[in-house]
Ligand binder design. Structure first.
Ligand code: T5A
Length: 215
């Protein structure tokens, strides 16, 4: 079976990490080798950048500087983990990837889309996901889910603490990407239970990524 690259996208608390784990488990049960990873992060250097960004250390420098930092993390992640895994035939499931930069730093953060497209092109150097599952959820619900998971006294992170309007723009931007790139993207209803969401994603993988002989 050839390798595939799946990314999961959506707003805060939409259920991406939960779904990523469920899909990895189902694929491994079929005997498929799977790398489960995330952005920002996924490699030692990218995880260090993650810590700085989510602590708000780059925020004073503006949304374009944050886009550069996410891109630096992505380059290391691609070079050290994603491409090597795909080259050896593993499937890669990545919790957030390039669409997060398009919507968080672009649509909601205000960085020019053409500039971001140029940055994206040099960052991913031709590597695009085979399938992007966009978990669509009212941001008020997603932010409540994210908040309910925090320990007492724990502060919200750099992006969770943005305005509701910022999060609404994210949702619209994700839906616009899905409409522009229907071959790559599929929108899933993130109000479904974790099991129902995993079933819907699994059907999409079967229909879009697996050849009849592989099912
Ligand atoms: N970012 C990232 C950018 O701005 N630009 C970029 O280029 C990139 C790559 C990353 C932040 O960085 C930003 C976006 C983010 O703000 P993060 O902590 O990784 O930070 O944030 P998220 O990716 O949003 O991760 P979360 O953990 O907050 O959300 P998930 O993964 O969508 O949600 P999950 O699965 O952890 O679930 C959240 C809660 O909801 C429950 C879970 O049990 C959990 O308690 N849940 C469900 N409840 C009901 N129904 C379901 N279907 C559920 N699924 C999960």
């Amino acid at each position: 079976m050839r390798s595939r690259f799946i990314t999961l996208e959506g707003g805060e608390g939409a259920g991406k990490s939960t779904l990523a784990r469920a899909l990895a488990e189902r694929l491994r049960a079929m005997g498929v080798s799977v790398e489960l990873t995330r952005e920002p992060g996924g490699s030692a250097r990218a995880e260090a950048i993650r810590e700085a960004i989510l602590a708000g250390a780059i925020k004073p420098h503006g949304a374009f500087a944050e886009a550069l930092m996410f891109s630096a993390a992505r380059i290391d992640h691609i070079d050290t983990l994603i491409r090597p895994a795909l080259m050896r035939g593993s499937w890669v499931i990545c919790d957030r990837f390039l669409d997060s930069t398009r919507v968080y730093q672009g649509a909601s953060g205000g960085v020019d889309a053409t500039l971001l497209a140029e940055l994206e092109a040099v960052t991913v150097d031709g590597l695009l996901p085979d399938l992007t599952l966009i978990l669509d959820l009212d941001p008020e619900i997603g932010l409540r889910r994210a908040a309910s998971r925090r320990h007492p006294g724990e502060a919200s992170d750099r992006f969770e603490s943005e305005t509701l309007d910022f999060h609404r723009r994210l949702r619209d931007a994700y839906l616009a990407i899905a409409a522009q790139e229907p071959e790559r993207c599929l929108v899933l209803d993130a109000t479904l239970s974790p099991d129902a969401l995993a079933d819907a994603a699994w059907r999409a993988i079967g229909e879009r990524l697996l050849q009849p002989a592989e099912v």
